[in-house]
Design a protein around this ligand. Structure first.
Ligand code: PHE
Ligand code: ZN
Ligand code: CA
Ligand code: ZN
Ligand code: ZN
Length: 288
């Protein structure tokens, strides 16, 4: 299982921040910075050998876009492990922690998976969702678009929303009783890096809820919980500042390129890779 290069994840964030700056300061649903973000991610995936598809939907009178990527020739296409992240920001800012972080992290996992030649018994698929901030609209549209047969092929969905918060925690979702194997894989990944985790119930407030509602097992990680601040016990084990929010720039203009804890982003991305490799059943692989 590769150690994902955090500098490469950060390079994707550089590009998302540049896109926001060039497009009125955000990457929000219905705004040009969203589509430019999608085109950036799609270009990287296409160059790496992914089969990509843009799915359009309408929300609030504007066209939205999801991006779905499959890697041909790896694993049984009837057993699909899926990783996803929302790519839209709120209108107030560039959305670099929320959710450039998850978007960039799974992009680099996807590129590393392709480069490594990883071969498991299951296939891998990645999704970047539009209009999460409008109510999980893109991921709901994706799940609704699947036939019952296509839905049954998705053995699990792993969500990454805010994995680079400046005052970072190491949280694993535990809000899906079908997702215990996914949570176990994510926790094993953190354990491999000697990082203590806490369970978090994110109360369906991100795109995994769309999959969970369709009966697909889900899980995920995040650098924040829904608590207003990091506790003293959390600061003692993770570093960081007790009594301060995990991300004091959440949904604000200051969620820009500097609003990232690079160490936390790298660790959460490494864990996403650990789960991608293990859940697709890759037993041996060359380092990418
Ligand atoms: N989905 C929320 C948002 O985009 C934040 C969130 C992240 C909630 C992770 C739960 C878990 O604003
Ligand atoms: Zn690492
Ligand atoms: Ca790493
Ligand atoms: Zn948000
Ligand atoms: Zn989010």
């Amino acid at each position: 299982i590769p150690d994902i290069d955090g500098a490469k994840v950060e390079a994707h964030l550089d590009e998302l921040a540049r896109i926001a700056t060039a497009n009125g300061g955000n990457r929000a649903h219905g705004k040009p910075g969203y589509k430019a973000s999608l085109d950036y991610v799609k270009g990287k995936l296409d160059a790496a050998g992914y089969t990509t598809r843009i799915q359009q939907f309408t929300s609030g009178g504007a066209t939205g876009y999801n991006l779905v990527a499959d890697l041909p020739g790896r694993g049984d296409p009837a057993k699909v492990v899926m990783l996803g992240a929302h790519l839209d920001s709120v209108a107030a800012g560039a959305g670099i922690d929320d959710n450039g972080s998850g978007s960039a992290g799974i992009l680099e996992v996807a590129l590393a998976y392709a480069t490594s030649g990883a071969q498991g018994d299951k296939a891998i698929r990645f999704g970047w969702w539009g209009a999460e901030e409008s109510g999980l609209v893109g991921s709901k549209a994706y799940v609704a678009s699947l036939s019952a047969a296509e839905r049954a092929k998705v053995t699990g969905y792993l969500n990454f929303d805010m994995i680079g918060s400046p005052n970072a925690g190491y949280f694993v979702y535990n809000d899906d009783s079908r997702g215990t194997a996914i949570a176990a894989a994510l926790k094993a990944g953190f354990a491999a890096e000697n990082i203590a985790t806490e369970n978090v119930d994110v109360q369906g407030r991100s795109d995994h809820a769309s999959f969970k509602a369709a009966g697909i097992p889900t899980g995920g990680t995040a650098t924040l919980s829904l608590a207003s601040a990091m506790s003293a016990a959390q600061a003692a084990k993770w570093g960081g500042t007790a009594g301060q929010p995990f991300d004091s720039c959440y949904h604000q203009a200051c969620d820009g390129r500097t609003n990232i804890n690079a160490t936390a982003l790298d660790r959460h991305t490494d864990v996403a890779a650990y789960a991608a490799w293990t859940l697709t059943g890759v037993t041996a692989t060359a380092a990418p």
